[in-house]
Design a protein around this ligand. Sequence first.
Ligand code: ATP
Ligand code: MG
Ligand code: ZN
Length: 449
Amino acid sequence: MKNKSVYICSECGYQSARWLGKCPGCGSWNTLEEYVEEETESKSGAAVVTTEALRLRDVKEPDNIRKKTGCSELDRVLGGGLVSGSAVLLCGEPGIGKSTLLLQICAALSSGGSVLYASGEESAGQLKLRADRLGVSSGDIYILADTNLDSVIAHAEKLSPSVLIVDSIQTMWKSGMNSGAGGVSQIRECAASLIRYAKENDVSVIIVGHVNKEGSIAGPKILEHMVDTVLYFEGDRRQSFRLIRAIKNRFGATDEVGVFEMCGDGLKEVKSPSELLLSGRPTGVSGNCAVCTMEGTRPIIAEVQALVTPSYYPSPKRASNGFDLNRVNLLLALLEKRLGLKFSTHDCYVNVVGGITVDEPAADLALALALISSLRDIPVPDNAVAVGELGLSGEIRAAADLDRRLKEANRLGFECALVPKRNYGKKDTVPDGAVPLGSIFDAIRIFGK
Ligand SMILES: Nc1ncnc2c1ncn2[C@@H]1O[C@H](COP(=O)(O)OP(=O)(O)OP(=O)(O)O)[C@@H](O)[C@H]1O
Ligand SMILES: [Mg+2]
Ligand SMILES: [Zn+2]
C-alpha cells in the first residue's frame, strides 16, 4: 500500500499534490517539502471504538479549567487564563521576548502543579541565568534541555506537569523521519504528538514558534489549524513596546491585546499604553497627528507621522511603517482627487510611533491630516486627536466605540477631538471638545485655509 504524500511550502504552508519549483502561495523557490501522511491502522474499513459518545447533559463540567498565568495582560488575551488540556502556539520574531515571557509565567503557573520547560535552544545553565535575571526562583519548575520530542514527552509522562512548555517547535525532532528538525514534516509531526499528549493527559501545552521577517508564521503556519490558540508577539525589537495578540482562540475572543514593555528584568505589563506611546512627543511639528485606535476593547492613543517631500524619482516613493501601504496609497489618491493636493509629485513616508501597527480604518482621518500637515508644513494642533474612516468621496464615516475613545483622549489631556458627524444623530448632544466633521473638506479647516 502506498502512503499518500503532499507537498507543503515551508515558508507559507501552501499545499500541493505534486512538487513545484516555485510556491504559488508566496512565490518562494524550492520551499516545497514532501510530507508523507501517517497511515492509521483502521483505514481498511472496520471502525474501532476508542471513545464513548456522551450525552451532553451527562458531561461533567471540569473545575479549575483556567489557570492564571500571573500576568493579567496575558490572561486577558487567553480569554481569562490558560485552559487545561489546550495547545497554545506563541509566535514571534527572533529576540522579541517569547522565552522571557514564558519563563516569567512559570512561577505563577506552577502554583497549581509543576511546570516542565523543555528548551531546544538554551542549555539548563543558560535558562538558570535568565531565570535569575527575571527573578523567577520559586515554584515547582523543571527545566529540560533537549531537542528530541519523544524524550520530552517521555519526561512529561514521568513528571505529569500541569503545563508543558516547548521552546521552540522548530528545534524539535522525532526519530524515524527522513527530514531534519525545522522541516515541515518534523514540525507537523512534533506538534501533532504534543497536541495528542495535551488532550490525553489534560495538560496545557505552550508551543513556541519562530516566524520569519516577512511576518508570516513560516513553519507554524501549518500548525495554526491544529492548535487551540494562536498568539502573536509583535513590536519593534529595537524598541521596548510589545503587543500580544490572539489570532485564533477556541476559548476566548480574538480581539484582545496584551501590552508589555521589555525591561532589564523582563517584560512588564503596561496598564496605560497611551502614556508610554505619547511620552516625549514633539510639539508644534508638522506631519504629526494623534489617533485613538481600539485594540480590542481598549482604546490606545498613538501618534501617526508623515513626511512628505518633493520627489526626484520618476515614480514617487511611498513607504509605511505601522500602516497598510495599500491604505496609504488609497488615501493619497483620495486627497489628490478630492482636495487637489499634489501628492503625486511627492515622496511620502508614514510611520506609527512605538513600532505598533494600526490596522483600523478609523485611523484614516489622522493619517490624512498628518499627510496634509506635512505637505503644507502646518502643524495639526498638539491638543487634537482625530478619529474617523474616510469614504472614497471624502466623507467621514462613523467610528465604533467613540465614547470610549473620547474618554481616553480626555484622560490624557487632549482638549479637542475631531470626530465623525455621523456618530451623532439629530438629538444627540456632542460632548465638550468634540468637533463633529462630515467630510475631509470640513477637516482641512483646522489648518486655517
Ligand atoms: N541582560 C539583559 N538585559 C536586558 N534585556 C535583555 C537581556 N537579555 C535579553 N534581553 C532582552 O530580551 C530579548 C530576548 O528575549 P527572548 O530571548 O525571550 O526572546 P525570544 O523571542 O525567545 O528569542 P529567540 O527567538 O532568540 O528565542 C532581547 O532582545 C533583549 O531585548
Ligand atoms: Mg527564545
Ligand atoms: Zn509558499
